[in-house]
Design a protein around this ligand. Structure first.
Ligand SMILES: *[C@@H]1O[C@H](CO)[C@@H](O)[C@H](O)[C@H]1NC(C)=O
Ligand SMILES: *[C@@H]1O[C@H](CO)[C@@H](O)[C@H](O)[C@H]1NC(C)=O
Ligand SMILES: *[C@@H]1O[C@H](CO)[C@@H](O)[C@H](O)[C@H]1NC(C)=O
Ligand SMILES: CC(=O)N[C@H]1CO[C@H](CO)[C@@H](O)[C@@H]1O
Length: 478
């Protein structure tokens, strides 16, 4: 690959002075001065992860309780295809660091900036300093360049960003380190003394005394010869059965590989040759899904039926499902499939003591996601299907940005219908797997009595198998 040199595309110095005729657009007052900002732009996954650690100094005359973070509309709006997926803010005044509450603040149209208001862990006295850590994930921020490649050609991704952190406060010193996958950069913006290149990292800066809202665009083009997995839609269903003591999970995936597309028709011969040589590819050959301990009765089906090329490693601590689709999924190709498994309900359910009440109160604890690594989800619908007669008291999730819908669903042997709570999240990534959902509901054992008493574990199992078979298309033609 011939290295390419990018020029500075843009140089902007937006000054803070927003006096004048218009209704005063919001700008945080300059209560803080930022020192020693160190940012990492991590491009080793298929989406962008950024983190910044810096010291804030209260330069106002009063103690401060709020701090503002600024992000460009480019990632917080809905126009560019880039989306902020995750933001975590921590403060380290004393060990250990604590997570801070972040709330969406006002925006400023002129600056094209969305503000987020952060509540400091305790008031910061005038003149004092504290350390803040901000981590974000942005989806859609890197894209193949070129968009089409030949089958054996290496894929490059392009990242465009600023060498300076967008800050509503003056930054006295900052540096940006860009971490790339193992084959490093194939082209990057060259500035006066920057960047310093070392193996797979590029470092821009230090830069001194940047005014608020300063930005300067830089680009990095780097080899990423791996798939770019995008789940355009996930339907995740968790079926709770008290009679069977079972929690059944079934997940429907509509997946696409957003890697560079093939510029010529797929050659099986070449594919097989590269497969034997163990070469990397942008095609999805397979992926693994780590399930929670205790997972059993695992199945993997696609439009054609059971996919036998998968493998389930039933390790007690870390059960892993190794999935191999029927064919390699190249850039622009789609694949849809269904995964399912069972858990003992007792692992996820707690009964709350209830005095004198006819029904018991339960708390069900579930992971938000359990899918493959290194992928983004455009839309994820997580449905919890409770037994008939159950009533939802409360939903608590460590992931907040969801839409909730409640409904009833009638299935085999149900009379009144089961209570379904559906949470819909957009633009999330595999890192959201660490989020949990807690569903609190009431349920009286009596409400299961309008089913014949014999409908117990055995039938529940048959019922579940029936659902699976019901989804399998046994037709021969494609
Ligand atoms: C973008 O967001 C604005 C305001 O939130 C909305 O009015 C508009 O319809 C959205 N556009 C798209 C393409 O979603
Ligand atoms: C699918 O595979 C599972 C286990 O490998 C097997 O028990 C089941 O009968 C298969 N179903 C079909 C329809 O082939
Ligand atoms: C893949 O799925 C998307 C919708 O998710 C669709 O727009 C596109 O046409 C599909 N591509 C192929 C090659 O079938
Ligand atoms: C009241 C007070 O201590 N204010 C201080 C806030 O911080 C700035 C910068 O460190 C000082 O100059 C002020 O005296």
């Amino acid at each position: 690959m011939v290295p390419m040199i990018y020029q500075i595309l843009q140089l902007q110095w937006l000054l803070l002075l927003v006096f004048g005729s218009q209704a005063a657009a919001f700008v945080p007052s300059s209560d803080f001065q930022i020192q020693s900002l160190f940012r990492t732009v991590d491009l080793t996954k298929s989406y962008l992860r950024e983190s910044a650690s810096f010291i804030i100094e209260n330069i106002s005359g009063e103690s401060q309780t709020e701090y503002y973070i600024a992000l460009p509309f480019e990632i917080t709006g809905n126009v560019t295809g880039k989306h902020l997926s995750l933001m975590e803010v921590k403060e380290k005044r004393l060990d250990p660091a604590v997570s801070l509450e972040v709330e969406v603040g006002p925006s400023n149209e002129e600056l094209g900036v969305q503000f987020y208001k952060v509540q400091l862990s305790k008031p910061l006295p005038a003149g004092d300093t504290s350390t803040i850590q901000v981590a974000t994930v942005t989806v859609g921020a890197v894209a193949p360049q070129p968009k089409m490649i030949k089958q054996p050609e290496a894929q490059n991704l392009l990242w465009t960003g600023s060498k300076l952190v967008l800050s509503p406060y003056e930054v006295s010193r900052q540096r940006t380190k860009i971490k790339l996958p193992d084959r490093g950069a194939n082209g990057y913006s060259k500035l006066k003394n920057d960047p310093q290149v070392e193996d797979t990292t590029l470092t821009y800066g230090p830069y001194f005394d940047s005014k608020p809202f300063s930005a300067e665009t830089i680009e990095v083009r780097y080899e990423y010869h791996f798939p770019v997995i995008e789940v355009t839609k996930l339907e995740r269903e968790l079926w709770v059965s008290h009679t069977g003591g079972n929690l059944a999970t079934e997940e429907h995936y509509w997946m696409t590989n957003s890697a560079a597309k093939l510029s010529e028709t797929f050659s099986r011969l070449r594919w097989q040759a590269s497969g034997m040589a163990g070469e990397r590819s942008t095609a999805v050959r397979g992926f693994s899904v780590h399930l929670r301990p205790g997972a059993r009765d695992v199945y993997f089906t696609d439009e054609i039926g059971n996919v036998s090329t998968s493998n389930f490693r039933a390790d007690i601590r870390d059960p892993v499902l190794e999935l191999r689709p029927r064919y390699p999924i190249f850039g622009g190709w789609n694949y849809s499939f269904t995964l399912g498994w069972n858990h003992d309900l007792g692992r996820s359910l707690k009964v709350l003591p209830s005095e004198g009440s006819a029904s018991d109160t339960y708390v069900l604890r579930l992971p938000l996601l359990e899918g493959p690594e290194n992928c983004v989800y455009d839309v994820a619908e997580v449905s919890v299907i409770l037994p008939e007669g159950a009533e939802v008291v409360d939903i608590f999730s460590t992931y907040k940005d969801y839409k909730r819908e409640d409904s009833l669903v009638k299935s085999h042997l149900d009379t009144s219908g089961r209570t379904v709570v559906k949470l819909t999240a957009n633009n999330i990534v595999d890192e959201h797997r660490r989020n949990e959902v807690y569903v609190t509901y009431t349920y009286s054992p009596a409400s299961s009595l309008h089913k014949p008493i014999v409908v117990t574990a055995a039938i529940a199992t048959i019922f579940f198998a029936w659902i699976i078979l019901g989804r399998i298309d046994v037709s021969i033609s494609k």
